[in-house]
Write a protein that binds this ligand. Structure first.
Ligand code: 5GP
Ligand code: ZN
Length: 110
């Protein structure tokens, strides 16, 4: 855990969050500033700066995050969802702990 990392502190329970899913390696919670009817962040419990680093160090965890996204969307919107990994400050990444944005719960194609 990185003491100065917001998502590590959320995973540790130091900062409250609205939990959607949890297992041994992965935590999912509602985004504080939702951009869709359902906007969930899925994070690996082990700190890692971004998705590219996660793909290198623990590809099975990255695959697992996709499975969790599918599971959430199966539950909320018949399996349809958008998965976003902002990577790098200039792409809009503001928290440097790898996370998937899952947008679902409504049509996103209009
Ligand atoms: P990024 O911009 O790094 O791709 O995504 C970070 C996301 O974290 C943003 O969508 C932002 O709304 C969300 N966020 C920032 N601080 C908090 C917080 O304290 N709690 C929760 N639940 N989400 C947060
Ligand atoms: Zn972290």
């Amino acid at each position: 855990m990185a003491d100065d990392c917001l998502f590590c502190r959320i995973i540790a329970g130091d900062i409250p969050s609205d939990k959607v899913y949890e297992d041994e390696t992965t935590y999912a919670f509602k985004d504080i500033n939702p951009k869709a009817k359902v906007h969930v962040l899925i994070v690996p419990k082990v700190h890692c700066d971004n998705v590219a680093q996660l793909a290198k160090t623990d590809p099975s965890e990255l695959a697992h995050i996709v499975e969790v996204a599918q599971h959430i969307a199966d539950d909320k919107f018949h399996g349809s969802y958008r998965l976003i990994f902002n990577t790098g400050r200039d792409a809009g990444q503001s928290v440097f702990h790898a996370h998937a944005h899952v947008l679902t719960g409504q049509r996103l194609d209009e």
